[in-house]
Design a protein around this ligand. Structure first.
Ligand SMILES: [Zn+2]
Length: 138
């Protein structure tokens, strides 16, 4: 069976049920003879012109969903945020003892942060909370 050179580009923008004209005689076709899915987002229609008997195909993209990769990346960043929150470490009493020791020793915040494997900001926050003087500059 010979098909007309495909028409897809011309009709690709049309709706699922968009009606093409016969590429041979120009008559408007009403109903496709057959419909087939080509991949996930392309629907292919086979048309039979009832005026000249010409058979031809159109392909319609039905991918009208939001960009799936954009959706994925948004989800990923949300997951990253969650992971970051979850990774916040609880202060153990040993950590607090260590912090108090450094407070007395006037260790620089950067040094304490490194020793306790926390950020300088976390050290300052905790010291503020415990009402501890912290760092070598006070
Ligand atoms: Zn025709």
């Amino acid at each position: 069976m010979l098909f007309c050179p495909a028409v897809p580009m011309e009709y690709a923008h049309e709706e699922y049920l968009g009606r093409p004209s016969c590429p041979k005689c120009g008559k408007l076709c009403i109903l496709p003879e057959a419909t087939a899915h080509d991949g996930e987002h392309v629907i292919e229609h086979v048309w039979l012109c009832d005026s000249c008997g010409n058979e031809f195909r159109t392909a319609v993209r039905v991918a009208s969903f939001p960009n799936p990769s954009a959706h994925t990346s948004r989800k990923d960043s949300e997951m990253a945020k969650k992971a970051k929150r979850a990774s916040r470490r609880v202060w153990t009493s040993q950590d607090v003892r260590e912090l108090k020791r450094h407070s007395r020793a006037k260790s620089p915040v950067a040094v304490i942060a490194k020793l306790l494997k926390r950020t300088a900001g976390a050290i300052r926050q905790k010291a503020l909370h415990l009402d501890l003087p912290i760092g070598h500059r006070r």
